[in-house]
Ligand binder design. Structure first.
Ligand code: HEM
Length: 291
């Protein structure tokens, strides 16, 4: 991941550019119907990071992949959860072997660019790896990170007080006005623009997200992160709570207490797919290297 993105050694291997922020989480009265997790059923402070994929950090590159990230930590001492979301509902690889091959196909050649014939051949042989890019192409992101909708992608088993466990997917949707203007190809892909927009919206207390649980149905596939559930947008969605972003934090605050996908308070369990298992190891390796 690092080599493909051309990042300096201390940068994150993924979602390298980011803005660290703080805020609050307030649960809805429905959260308890879905999970006993005290991260989601109690009010707490939030540490969060908005990010964009691609590198190097701070470069304004109109060719850059437009995937955005939003990771957040909520809950109190001993009951914290780290949730990672991105601006597409699917990942670009189904298995770890496929992810490695996807990246290898994109390794830069001597001229610093990937061999596009090799990339095309890989995509043709692995059509599911096109789905994330197709989604992003069909859904250009809004101009603001604060108006973007983010997905947790994996299916998480959630257990409620009745002892019932069902799969949920996280969807983090901006509260308020509809999505607003889509990205202007040049202006809004510059990280300076994204940063300035976020700062002024935070000052106006205008950065609020509903944390939604999309409720799985019995036959929904839970092992493949490259596909959405059938009629996923038509699934029942329960608002677990609301995040309000209240201030900018130093990037050191997010770098220092690195988010870890394995960090989930009791009541939400680890997704069963192999990509999630791999993430637990990959983030720890990346965090060790960049320190
Ligand atoms: C499937 C859905 C995925 C989502 C939604 C996701 C999301 C994210 C986000 C938002 C970040 C930035 C974290 C931050 O702000 O500190 C991140 C970082 C990262 N991701 Fe993922 N990711 C996914 C899959 C994967 C997979 C499958 C791997 C590798 C096996 C991976 C490897 C990494 C690494 C190494 C980092 C950098 C971690 C660090 O240095 O702190 N991700 N991811």
């Amino acid at each position: 991941m690092q080599a493909v993105a051309g990042l300096p050694p201390k940068a994150r291997a993924s979602f390298a550019w980011g803005l660290c922020v703080r805020g609050t989480y307030a649960p809805s009265h429905l959260a308890r119907d879905i999970t006993t997790s005290r991260s989601f059923t109690r009010p707490s402070r939030v540490l969060a990071r908005f990010s964009t994929e691609g590198g190097p950090p701070n470069a304004a590159d109109t060719e850059r992949c437009s995937l955005r990230g939003f990771s957040f930590r909520l809950g109190s001492e001993g009951q914290r959860s780290d949730i990672f979301t991105q601006s597409a509902p699917v990942h670009f690889a189904r298995t770890l072997d496929q992810m490695l091959a996807f990246l290898q196909a994109r390794m830069p050649e001597q001229d610093g660019k990937p061999d596009m014939a090799r990339v095309e051949a890989f995509s043709a042989a692995n059509p599911e790896t096109r789905r994330q890019a197709s989604y992003l192409a069909a859904h250009p992101p809004p101009a603001s990170l604060a108006r973007t909708t983010y997905w947790g992608v994996h299916a998480f088993p959630a257990t409620n007080a009745m002892g019932e466990t069902r799969f949920i997917k996280f969807k983090v949707a901006p509260v308020g006005e509809a999505d607003g203007p889509t990205v202007d190809a040049v202006a809004a892909r510059s990280t300076g623009f994204l940063c300035g927009d976020l700062e002024s919206r935070i000052a106006a207390r205008d950065v609020r997200f509903s944390v939604m649980a999309l409720l799985g149905r019995p036959a929904d596939p839970v092992m493949d992160v490259t596909i959405r559930w059938p009629d996923e947008d038509g699934h029942e969605a329960v608002r677990l709570g609301t995040i309000v972003i209240t201030g900018i934090e130093s990037n050191a605050a997010c770098d220092g207490s690195a988010f870890d996908p394995a960090n989930l308070a009791e009541g939400i369990s680890h997704p069963p797919d192999e990509m999630f298992a791999a993430r637990r190891a990959a983030y720890a390796i990346s965090q060790t290297r960049r320190r």
